[in-house]
Design a protein around this ligand. Structure first.
Ligand SMILES: NC(=O)c1ccc[n+]([C@@H]2O[C@H](COP(=O)([O-])OP(=O)(O)OC[C@H]3O[C@@H](n4cnc5c(N)ncnc54)[C@H](O)[C@@H]3O)[C@@H](O)[C@H]2O)c1
Length: 454
């Protein structure tokens, strides 16, 4: 990979990247501008035109939420999906199970795009774009949206490799320069129990955090069988969870939520990661390129360690939660729950009260930022937390310790440039239809621009 295709994000420091470098500049600039229209080409229009890229489960949910923001005039104007059937299915649910949103839809046939590059046309046709494809596509789609001057809601994770992390950080800075608003679907940051717990921690309720554990140990994940007539590329995009270049493995795709909480509560990025993992659940005819369990120790500045675990197989206990130990007390968190105890186990605080749906709050706050021109750019922490998850995956695949600052500079790129249905996917099955599973003994950093060893 050449520097020109993806410049390094310096001089952004680790701390700036964690918080959002441009926030202060954006506040200062917006104070002089005051209220402005929702889009630059027609400042008098009050209607936010929404484009959806990725009409699957989460795309449908995010669309429903953005169309439901109270008091916000909004219209769905364009949709893209890799597969036409998914667009048709999604539009059928408007006015049906999604809620009665048909009156907020103006998306005729000519603004419905299938294939892998329909996203460009959607971005051109809207003011606010929802990016809800498999995450491997996210960096280039985010970059394109920012270049086109569009506000963005994008799902997590926002990258699956070093190249993607740098693209997103670079585009994040450009979004600040243009005063674009960006929300990332790490919804715990929009959940009242997490926000109140964070305020307690910042006020010193558990003292200095000296260690913690974050878990996403669950039952399993879907597997989509090959459909008749699909090319290898179509099959992999259809069954995207099981391919690293598309999903980043579940430590990235799913566990990023909990790793993000560690970064947020510690207000730091990991220095390094070391871990083990594997795939114990091998279902015949369901070959997968991803692990089904990872266990990683993340070391943060000051030697603070966060133990992370994630699994996707049935049996045993399931835990999706975060815990932090401080010099004065302990904090336990999961969606809907937050408790602080002292070092003797006595409860000193417990979250109670309304805990509004964070998936809706994300869109309510995004629309408010667009309409009031107030700073909102989650892309920095979206990128650094997604890359922290990539760091964990590098550790489990290689069995080695990886340093964050070195790893983010690597020539490590899984997604081909401008893929089409004719592109050969970066990973291919062997004669038995089996995809190679990463193994510490043979793992090496590879970029799509690096020839695959024979
Ligand atoms: N925040 C959350 O709690 C949460 C929950 C679920 C999913 N997600 C995230 O949302 C994203 C989508 O997940 P999902 O569960 O909706 O998956 P999904 O498979 O249901 O939907 C993805 C859609 O994207 C389409 N697609 C694939 N490549 C495309 C491309 N290049 N251009 C346009 N469309 C393309 C697919 O055909 C599919 O319809 C993932 O990043 C996932 O991690 C977040």
């Amino acid at each position: 990979m050449s520097e020109s295709c993806c410049p390094l994000p310096s001089p952004l420091s680790r701390r700036e990247a964690l918080r959002g470098a441009g926030a202060t500049a954006a506040v200062a600039a917006s104070a002089t501008l005051g209220m402005r229209g929702v889009h630059a080409d027609n400042p008098s229009s009050d209607v936010i035109k929404v484009g959806l890229i990725g009409a699957g489960g989460r795309g449908s949910g995010a669309l429903s939420q953005t169309l439901s923001v109270p008091g916000s005039a909004v219209k769905l104007t364009a949709i893209a999906d890799a597969f036409k059937g998914n667009i048709d299915r999604m539009l059928k649910t408007l006015g049906g199970e999604i809620k009665d949103l048909a009156d907020k839809t103006d998306c005729p046939d000519e603004r419905r795009y299938d294939g892998l590059d329909g996203y460009k046309r959607v971005i051109d046709a809207c003011d606010l774009v929802i990016l809800a494809t498999p995450p491997g596509f996210r960096p280039s789609q985010f970059q394109r949206a920012v270049e086109a001057g569009k506000h963005v809601f994008m799902e997590k994770p926002v990258c699956v490799d070093s190249h993607g992390a740098r693209l997103v950080l670079d585009a994040a800075r450009k979004a600040d320069e243009r005063k674009l608003k960006v929300v990332v679907g790490l919804q715990r940051r929009y959940q009242t129990n997490y926000r109140e717990a964070l305020a307690k921690v910042r006020a010193g309720a558990i003292g200095e955090i000296v260690g913690g554990q974050v878990y996403w140990n669950g039952m399993g994940i879907w597997y989509r069988d090959r459909e008749p007539g699909q090319t290898e590329m179509q099959y992999q995009v259809h069954n995207w969870y099981h391919f690293n270049w598309l999903s980043g493995d579940h430590i990235c795709e799913q566990h990023v939520h909990n790793i993000d909480i560690a970064n947020w509560f510690l207000d730091r990025l990991p220095v390094s990661a070391y871990g083990v993992g594997g795939r114990q659940n091998r279902v015949p005819n369901q070959s997968s390129e991803i692990y089904d369990h990872h266990a990683v120790n993340f070391t943060y500045p000051g030697g603070v360690r966060i133990a992370s675990q994630c699994k996707q197989f049935p049996g045993g206990e399931n835990h999706v939660e975060e815990h932090f130990q401080g010099t004065k007390g302990l904090l336990s968190l999961h969606p809907g729950h937050a408790v602080i105890t002292d070092r003797d186990g006595n409860e000193v605080w417990k979250f109670s009260g309304p805990n509004p749906d964070p998936y809706q709050v994300e869109h309510d706050e995004l629309h408010a930022a667009i309409r009031n021109d107030t700073p909102k750019n989650d892309a920095y922490y979206g990128a650094t937390s997604s890359f922290s998850s990539v760091l964990g995956r590098l550790a489990t695949y290689s069995g080695k310790t990886w340093n964050y600052d070195d790893a983010i500079k690597l020539d490590y790129r899984l997604m081909p440039e401008n893929p089409t249905w004719e592109t050969t996917p970066p990973v291919m099955p062997d004669d038995n239809g089996t995809y190679p599973l990463p193994m510490p003994a043979t793992f090496r950093i590879r970029s799509v621009t690096t020839p695959v060893p024979s």
